[in-house]
Design a protein around this ligand. Structure first.
Ligand code: MN
Length: 262
């Protein structure tokens, strides 16, 4: 029997995670270990400076008072009773595309799974007003999960899946979009005259890109982006080598090319 771990950042009670767990059920033994409360935009945070508690909600549902990354680690250490065959995070209320994947707790759940060496998928549904129907996103996630179990990707690579609101026109394999970050910080005063701040993503200004995740979802397509945790800019290695050589030689500092020691 395959073991499938399901987590999210919206909380164990979210209808998105419940729809996902139900859709994955035919593929194996599904266990939910998810935050006890909303933990959106916590990114890849790991809780190191306070104790973490786990609570069993029902036979196969557990909540943790921590982040999605905490949940994955506690699930592996304490809950699953063996290694998972797959880790799926979601279904998030709202897309996680472009540069925003670095803020996403949903994506971080899958990222942690990939870093620990397991096949992983993050699934998000485009934000919309009115009632949320997670059904189509859940069934797409289950079909991708089945595919991934049969044909694993390279180690440390996982899938970031974003599903548009209905109607769905098709599927695109995509790259991360680039967003021009104009984050608005509102400063206000509390009743005692002390300032407080409220961060809002005020502007959504995206660089146009035919193959981007954002464009796919905006056009009504399911976006599937392979992601891996190596954030090195391989294009810049040569430039940084020459910059480093110039900058540090000038100071008389020891310098060694890649692979060397100084
Ligand atoms: Mn969320």
């Amino acid at each position: 029997m395959r073991r499938i771990l399901v987590t999210n950042d919206d909380g164990f009670f979210s209808p998105g995670i419940q729809a996902l767990a139900s859709a994955l059920d035919p593929l194996g033994e599904v266990t939910i270990v998810a935050p006890e409360r909303e933990a959106s935009a916590v990114g890849h945070a790991l809780t190191l400076r306070r104790p973490l508690r786990i609570e069993q909600i029902s036979e196969r549902v557990h909540s943790v008072d921590g982040t999605p990354t905490d949940c994955v680690n506690i699930a592996l250490a304490e809950v699953l009773g063996g290694k998972p065959d797959l880790i799926v995070s979601g279904i998030n209320k709202g897309w996680n595309v472009g540069d925003d994947v670095t803020y996403s707790g949903t994506v971080a759940g899958a990222l942690e799974g990939a870093l620990l060496g397991y096949p992983a998928i993050a699934v998000s549904l485009q934000f919309h007003r009115g009632e949320w129907d997670f059904g189509p996103a859940a069934s797409i996630a289950a079909r991708l999960a089945a595919g991934l179990l049969d044909q694993p990707l390279l180690p440390r690579t996982f899938l970031n899946v974003n599903v548009p609101k209905a109607p769905i026109r098709g599927v695109r394999v995509t790259v991360q979009a680039k967003r021009n970050h104009i984050t608005q910080v509102d400063k206000r005063l509390d009743p005692r005259g002390r300032p407080y701040f409220w961060i809002e993503e005020a502007m959504d200004e995206w660089e146009p890109h035919d193959r981007s995740d954002r464009q796919a979802v905006a056009d009504g397509y399911v976006s599937i982006t392979p992601i891996h945790p190596d954030m090195t800019d391989h294009r810049a290695l040569g430039q940084v080598e020459s910059l480093t050589e110039t900058a540090l030689r000038a100071e008389g500092a020891p310098f060694a090319k890649a692979g060397g020691t100084s």
